[in-house]
Design a protein around this ligand. Structure first.
Ligand code: ZN
Length: 305
């Protein structure tokens, strides 16, 4: 039996977050539809955040609605706190990823509250979901930003990572998404932390979210794979960055991540050539944005099956 691995596209959220020019809603929807047609089963399509802070996501409601009408594709949304989590619930989101940082300094800078307050708000959001009778239809994930290090605080102690993970699991998280927000992780550390997290999480899904800030992204993905992770976030063309990480490039490039997993014998269900067509369109949609990713330039290896 072939092992399966999932690549979740986050370009429409993480990728677009720092893009100054607002991408028109119809283009976002076209991106979402065409990439889903390549076989992507999950995409993080937008973020419910104050439009004054990130005008790019002022159309969150419309993008979510369109994305949810695509069959066989789960549309996830990211939220920074309870208030916007409730907005996502109100608008019918079926997967909500609540972001909080393991690093106190990063959490204060990013969402202006302590990590403890964020965890408490996540608990309240779960309670509100359950109160509305939505526990079987709305999945709640937590993205643990700065798991592998922080540009503001420096080292993030591993016991602290496990402690925060345990608290959000106790609160009812149905997924832990461990994020190398600023690209400080290395493969040895990544393998060690995921091995521990997979044990802690037991049957709860664990995902990896790597940025390729210092060229470690795909090496870290292999390390996470070796630890047992099968869910990977990536953004087409490596679009994206982090406001608190100098020179940050975006997530690992979706096309390179899919190629990596398939080369290692994992079935992703993704049509690679169709995906590269969407990648070409991305350049037309965002002509001013620097894009990464090797596969489009080089093409598939002649030996690739
Ligand atoms: Zn990210």
């Amino acid at each position: 039996m072939t092992d399966l691995a999932t690549v979740r596209e986050v370009g429409l959220r993480d990728g677009l977050q720092l893009v100054k020019r607002t991408l028109p809603t119809d283009i976002k929807i076209e991106w979402c539809q065409t990439q889903a047609a390549c076989g992507f089963r999950e995409m993080e399509v937008t973020s419910f955040v104050p439009p004054k802070v990130i005008p790019q996501f002022a159309d969150a409601e419309s993008v979510l609605k369109a994305a949810q009408s695509i069959s066989n594709m789960r549309a996830a949304v990211l939220v920074p706190n309870l208030k916007w989590g409730l907005q996502a619930l109100d608008h019918g989101a079926k997967k909500i990823t609540f972001v909080l940082s393991v690093s106190e300094a990063h959490n204060m800078a990013n969402v202006r509250r302590t990590t403890d307050t964020s965890i408490a708000e996540f608990s309240e959001l779960i309670a509100e979901r359950n109160c509305r009778g939505l526990q079987d239809s709305v999945m709640m994930s937590v993205a643990l930003a700065t798991t592998f290090g922080c540009s503001l605080q420096g080292e993030v102690a591993e016991p602290r990572v496990y402690n925060v993970a345990e608290q959000v699991l106790m609160a009812g998280a149905q997924e832990l998404n461990m994020a190398d927000t600023v690209g400080y992780g290395n493969p040895i550390q990544v393998k060690r932390i995921f091995t521990e997290i997979l044990q802690l999480a037991d049957k709860v899904q664990v995902a990896a979210h790597f940025h390729d800030t210092r060229g470690m992204g795909l090496a870290n993905a292999v390390a996470a794979l070796e630890a047992g992770v099968r869910e990977f976030d990536a953004s087409l063309g490596g679009l994206g960055g982090c406001p608190f990480a100098k020179g940050a490039s975006g997530n690992i490039a979706t096309e390179d991540c899919v190629y990596l997993l398939e080369s290692l014998g994992f079935a992703t269900g993704i049509n690679i050539l169709a995906m590269l067509e969407v990648r070409k369109n991305l350049k037309n949609w965002l002509p001013d944005e620097p894009l990464e990713g090797k596969l489009l330039k080089a093409g598939l290896a002649a030996t690739f099956e």
